[in-house]
Design a protein around this ligand. Sequence first.
Ligand code: C5P
Length: 397
Amino acid sequence: MKIIVGITGGIAAYKVPQLVRLLVKAGHEVQCVATAHALEFVTRLTLETVSGRPLYSDLFAPSNDHTTEHVSLKDWGDAMVVAPATANVIGKLAAGIGDDALSTLLLAFSRKPLLMAPAMNTQMWECPAVERNIAYLRSTGVEMVEPGTGALACGTEGKGRMAEPEEIVEALNHLLRPKEVMPLWGKRVLVTAGPTYERIDAVRFIGNYSSGKMGFAVAEALAAQGAEVELVTGPTQMVTTTAGIHRHDVECAREMLAEATRLFPSCVGAILTAAVADYRPEHTVDHKLKKQGDEGMTLRLVQNPDILATLGTMKQAGQTLVGFALETDNEETNARGKMERKNADYIVLNSLRDKGAGFGVETNRVTIMSREGEAYKSALMSKREVADLIVERCLLK
Ligand code: C5P
């Protein structure tokens, strides 16, 4: 294949010749594109020697074959890797800025497979603006091979080291797998996500703190395996533009039930991560309720339908049903009871005892319990990694 390797100005640029050699050895043609800062860390001669092609680094160089090299290279390349990817190039792409050879090429390349290997100091990696840019690029389909943890060039220890060239090659191979060999290619999977809002009056509702992060991560993990994802989500700030994820916005449990039961029959499975309100106000009013006297007010609640249990009654042979459970005591026994009662095949157990797990946070630690009696305990990892694990253990077995 034809691979474009973009290099930006970080110390890890010294490892890029090794990356290029590995790609060439694997039979790829490689075109290097470097920023001016990258060439402070690795020389033009080295990159041209290992790739066997002239380096592209100057938008306006007289030696360029075409005056619009960034467009012709976009057509030439099958995939692109940016390694190391500094906070700067990540920010420029997220903002749609093209002010040099590499950033203009990245904008032109936006519909083709792109992998980035970020590398920066830990504080920069944790800067909210950088986190936002990375999350945004991921949501548009850019793959990230996460930096490792260890000694950094600035003399500190922490997360931020560029992934090793071998890991980058592996991530690229994953990105370039032919779609037809993706295990969930052409299969439809239902996911519920986020909270539900149960309306009290024109301006008030009963809700919960679910952010939708886990459900959206599950949707992304399924799409990465080629699935068509029907994502039924309650109100959330989350965004996704991933091809293959079809979003259905709902507000309350009954709307979520209606969408889920409509979509489930055409699906090979469902992963229900939504934090559905167990109860809703018995009556809702269209106007704003007025304050009445000093003696307080009583709101009568009635039970909401259980979506997981309903899908459990609809489930046919060949369909896999995965529920979540958040338990505070007798966790595994309660989760197992839930699996039986609701006719689920797996229950993913979140424990509130775990720091770093649960609502709103970026990480999670889960136990995946199966009908066969297995209980697989994960490490504390990012929600996306947990999502990959759930997909692998529940739908790819
Ligand atoms: O019974 P509990 O609420 O703990 O069950 C959690 C699981 O059931 C989750 O997968 C959740 O999405 C699902 N659920 C549901 N409908 C409800 C309540 C929970 O689908 N009304």
